[in-house]
Design a protein around this ligand. Structure first.
Ligand SMILES: NC(=O)c1ccc[n+]([C@@H]2O[C@H](COP(=O)([O-])OP(=O)(O)OC[C@H]3O[C@@H](n4cnc5c(N)ncnc54)[C@H](OP(=O)(O)O)[C@@H]3O)[C@@H](O)[C@H]2O)c1
Length: 283
């Protein structure tokens, strides 16, 4: 007897996406729904949502990735609504920027809690169900910053996405025999609410980080605005191709900026790569 089973029979595939209140998650929810998928669009504050609720094959549910009980409830309610869940997108994420010395301890903990512990919570909550189904797919939204520094003063965000990459690689071995797939998406900059949500630590008293802080601040202001190198839709299409099995790559890099950074990182000795990047920000 399957603990998660109910009597609804559903032919369409079902995807659960975290962080669908804005940005990539929101666009992905609409795109999958347009393509005929059942979508469990999860967010921290579903009471504020109107638009996604009005789309027939979207079910909006509360899910805060730092609160495992909300994940477990969303899994149960999602299965109850659509009969099954085939794919999970770990999309929700935040960015803490600024010199480490200037960053509050609670912001350091929050970067880890959301970007690292959050996907762990989601994956761990799904595993009993995916194990029972003998199948499932996790698509983890990482970043170019998951494999290389691309922008200074992002050590904590860098750390969080490197950790997500390590987690995803490390899980491969135990989940492969269970027919549970893992994929990573590595975008460069794209337009979303990410920039508005960034916590950028600065100081009025410690002035030693002023130059780098002002140079990085100028770049951060532009990175999630219209004209960013990759269109949000191109990232969504990458997620779609992975979910639907058109792309089976373990890692998919999206955006010219991400591709060129990773190419330079691959061909240059690390010290030369880091010095090239630092010339732009600390000279
Ligand atoms: N935009 C870029 O340039 C870029 C580049 C590379 C990678 N990424 C990655 O892409 C993913 C999506 O980001 P985005 O650019 O679309 O940014 P976004 O517009 O800020 O969206 C982030 C989403 O995460 C949600 N979220 C934050 N904390 C959460 C929590 N504890 N539980 C559940 N949801 C939570 C936010 O919900 P609330 O509204 O409730 O805060 C929001 O819906 C992130 O993982 C990010 O690291 C972005």
């Amino acid at each position: 007897m399957n603990n998660f089973a109910n009597n609804k029979i559903e032919m369409n595939k079902t995807i659960l996406i975290t962080g669908t209140s804005t940005g990539l998650g929101r666009l992905a929810a609409k795109h999958f729904a347009e393509k005929g998928w059942n979508v469990i669009a999860t967010m921290r504050s579903p009471e504020k949502e109107d638009e996604l609720n009005s789309i027939a094959n979207i079910k909006v549910l509360k899910l805060d990735i730092t609160e495992p009980q909300t994940i477990q409830q969303a899994i149960m309610d999602g299965i109850d609504t659509f009969g099954k869940i085939d794919v999970v997108v770990n999309n929700a994420g935040i960015g803490m920027y600024g010199a480490l010395e200037l960053t509050a301890d609670e912001d350091i903990d929050r970067q880890y809690a959301v970007n690292v512990r959050g996907p762990i919570n989601v994956i761990k909550s799904f595993l009993p169900y995916f194990r029972e189904q003998r199948g499932g797919k996790f698509i983890n939204v990482s970043s170019v910053m998951g494999r290389s520094t691309a922008l200074p003063l992002g050590s904590l965000y860098n750390m969080s996405k490197f950790a997500l990459e390590g987690l995803t690689e490390g899980l491969y071995f135990e989940l492969k025999p269970l027919n549970i797939e893992l994929h990573l998406v590595e975008p460069g900059g794209f337009e979303s609410n990410f920039g508005n949500n960034i916590t950028f630590s600065k100081s009025e008293t410690i002035r030693d980080y002023d130059l780098i802080t002002s140079n990085v601040g100028a770049v951060l202001n532009a990175v999630n605005k219209p004209g960013a190198t990759a269109s949000p839709l191109s990232i969504v299409k990458t997620v779609y191709n992975l979910a639907s099995g058109k792309n089976n790559s373990f890692r998919t890099v999206v955006g010219k900026d991400a591709k060129s950074v990773l190419m330079l990182r691959k061909i240059l000795p690390i010290k030369i790569f880091l010095n090239l990047l630092s010339k732009r920000f600390i000279n």
